[in-house]
Ligand binder design. Sequence first.
Ligand SMILES: CC(C)(COP(=O)(O)OP(=O)(O)OC[C@H]1O[C@@H](n2cnc3c(N)ncnc32)[C@H](O)[C@@H]1OP(=O)(O)O)[C@@H](O)C(=O)NCCC(=O)NCCS
Length: 136
Amino acid sequence: MRISHLTSADTEAVISLWHQAGLTRPWNPPERDLQRALDGDTSTVFGGFVDERLVGTVMVGEDGHRGWIYYLAVDESQRGTGLGRQLMTVAEDWLRQRGAVKVQLMVRSANEAVLGFYDHLGYEDADVQVRSKWLV
Ligand SMILES: CC(C)(COP(=O)(O)OP(=O)(O)OC[C@H]1O[C@@H](n2cnc3c(N)ncnc32)[C@H](O)[C@@H]1OP(=O)(O)O)[C@@H](O)C(=O)NCCC(=O)NCCS
């Protein structure tokens, strides 16, 4: 498995994977999220490839204070093979190299299945509520 930075040329494969992994929502165009992360100076998106096919993604960025991880996804056919862990390690290393000392992520309340995965990788319940507001 090869992990590398993604580019706009990967958009179709990325969006397809995100749909399959249940990470997209109708009100949040995934193409826009991807392009903003690819264009930004403080963010990137990594992809995992098996036989040159995109089978995993992780989006990572830092806001000057903390690092954030988004859009972790592994193709259903490749789950349980260690790819999710590898993608998380690459994202964490990217943040460390930029001086970040803490990383956090958000899990949708309905996505309980993934909590065990994050627990296993050392991500603790931060015991905070996240509030959000649309700016557009
Ligand atoms: C979450 C996800 C990325 C995990 O990917 P994966 O490639 O199957 O995970 P890995 O094979 O790398 O698993 C890493 C470790 O976590 C463990 N693990 C995986 N899922 C687990 C779970 N639900 N509960 C407990 N442990 C789990 C594995 O046993 C493995 O342990 P080990 O490395 O000590 O042997 C994948 O299930 C996925 O794409 N889910 C749908 C998208 C999603 O919900 N993303 C998160 C959004 S917040």
